[in-house]
Ligand binder design. Structure first.
Ligand SMILES: [Ca+2]
Length: 454
């Protein structure tokens, strides 16, 4: 809590500085702020990752070194899953690229399997993205990762086998170990692939679908889910998962079967699992300095930056600024000081914004559109109804819809202060029902306005 408060204070200072900065040239029209490593945004509009795993633990025993993130569910007394923080797997454009890795070995004796739990899902889809590099696979085929239900039932396995000619084949099984579907392509050993597994829940029984997407080195990761996976397994004879609640690493007992896994991201959407930039939130509010936009990324890689676009009708957008990407989880702010068009500063004017995130290779994705209502320019303090009997609505002050506004004071005609406090959030009136009938002056900051209590 202390740390958060401290950083928020720093952010407030930066914003305050921006509000007093009055740039007039086109190039300096907008003030850019960049604040790191904390969450200043009250609203989170994108789905959260279920978990991301970079294996940046002390080298050695995964279950012993991961602070409880990974739990052995089989072979706990056998050969341990080994982490290596200095053996990164990399895949250009993948948010989970870099970090450490785990080695999954094979042994005919007892070897450890471990899982990491996530919030149980029983509808929609669950995605798991990760990088994988095989050094060997048996001709009979075997699996090294899979989902588990919340009660520990093994589901949704990723298989690998050698075709007998030295080609690696990758496939998936929705439920059992007797039915699986392999992708038709040949893959190579000692090559890092980005794999995306998707378990799609479908209402009804025996109809869920488990899919496999494989990206080879040099492939770009599409912004939206490809229409055709490399393999889909949906046998009508295999049961569905009651739910999914964990992702598991498995060490095979079949020889030879060796692989390295890195950068696991489990999520409920393609974008959260596989995209280079994961936007957690995007929000804005009207301030004295203008419209302040705030957005937060949970992870970034290959991110050139964000174009900020604005519109007066929500349909036709124009670029109004660019914010360079930090290429790590960040919170960004952008202040549109609204000096470019006078109409923007009129009370109740609505301005629309969206972000266009651009990768270094030119790929783009648009955020959702948000709107910010101007609460009025300086010198426009107004109240209604007037005369008022119970609640006074105050217009013309800068404030956020969600939080209280600036301090107010009410004086009677003798100059005595009779009421004071914070102006209420947007849409709510100030309760003046306790005041005796008569004339009063409302002061907010340097402005004041007369009203009559009846
Ligand atoms: Ca089903």
């Amino acid at each position: 809590m202390f740390r958060k408060l401290t950083v928020l204070f720093v952010a407030a200072q930066l914003i305050n500085n921006a509000a007093t900065f009055k740039p007039y040239t086109t190039m300096r029209k907008f003030v850019l702020l960049s604040v790191f490593l904390f969450n200043v945004s009250a609203s989170s509009t994108w789905a959260q990752l279920l978990f991301s795993e970079s294996f940046s633990y002390t080298a050695g025993d995964l279950t012993a070194n991961s602070s409880g993130n990974w739990t052995a569910h089989s072979g706990a007394t056998g050969i341990k899953i080994q982490t290596s923080p200095t053996t990164p797997l990399t895949f250009t454009g993948y948010a989970g690229s870099g970090g450490g890795s785990v080695a999954l070995a094979n042994s005919s004796t007892n070897s450890e399997d471990a899982n990491r739990a996530f919030t149980t899902q029983s509808s929609g889809a669950v995605y798991a993205s990760f990088m994988v590099r095989y050094t060997s696979a048996p001709t009979t085929g075997d699996y090294n990762v899979h989902f588990r239900t919340s009660t520990g039932i093994t589901m949704a396995r990723l298989y690998a086998r050698d075709d007998g000619s030295g080609n690696l084949k990758l496939g998936v099984s929705k439920a059992g170990i007797s039915i699986f579907t392999y992708a038709t392509g040949n893959y190579a050993y000692n090559t890092t692939y980005l794999v995306v597994l998707k378990y799609q829940f479908v209402a009804g029984t025996f109809n869920d679908v488990f899919s496999l997407f494989i990206f080879s080195p040099g492939n770009s990761i599409p912004n939206s889910e490809p229409a055709s996976p490399q393999a889909t397994d949906a046998p009508a004879t295999d049961g569905d998962a009651a739910n999914l609640g964990a992702f598991a690493l498995r060490q095979s007992s079949i020889t030879p079967m060796n692989s390295i896994i890195g950068g696991i991201r489990v999520a409920t959407t393609w974008g959260q699992a596989a995209l280079p930039v994961e936007l957690l939130s995007f929000s804005g509010k009207n301030t004295e300095g203008g419209n302040l936009l705030t957005w937060e990324t949970a992870s970034e890689v290959n991110n050139k930056g964000f174009e900020v676009e604005k519109s007066s009708d929500g349909l036709r957008f124009e670029k109004v600024g660019f914010v360079a990407g930090n290429n790590k989880a960040s919170t960004y702010q952008f202040l549109d000081n609204l000096t470019s068009a006078r109409v923007e500063t009129s009370p109740t004017f609505l301005t629309y914004y969206r972000l266009r995130q651009i990768d270094n290779d030119g790929k783009e994705i648009l955020s959702k559109v948000i709107s910010i209502q101007n609460k009025g320019a300086k010198g426009s303090l107004a109240v209604y109804p007037n005369p008022v009997s119970t609640h006074l609505t105050i217009e013309g002050i800068a404030r956020d819809e969600a939080t209280e506004g600036p301090d107010f004071q009410i004086f009677n005609l003798l100059g005595q202060q009779v009421l004071t406090g914070k102006t209420p959030s947007g849409g709510r009136g100030l309760d003046v029902s306790a005041l005796p009938q008569g004339s009063y002056v409302l002061k907010v900051g340097a402005e004041q306005v007369k009203f009559v209590k009846q």
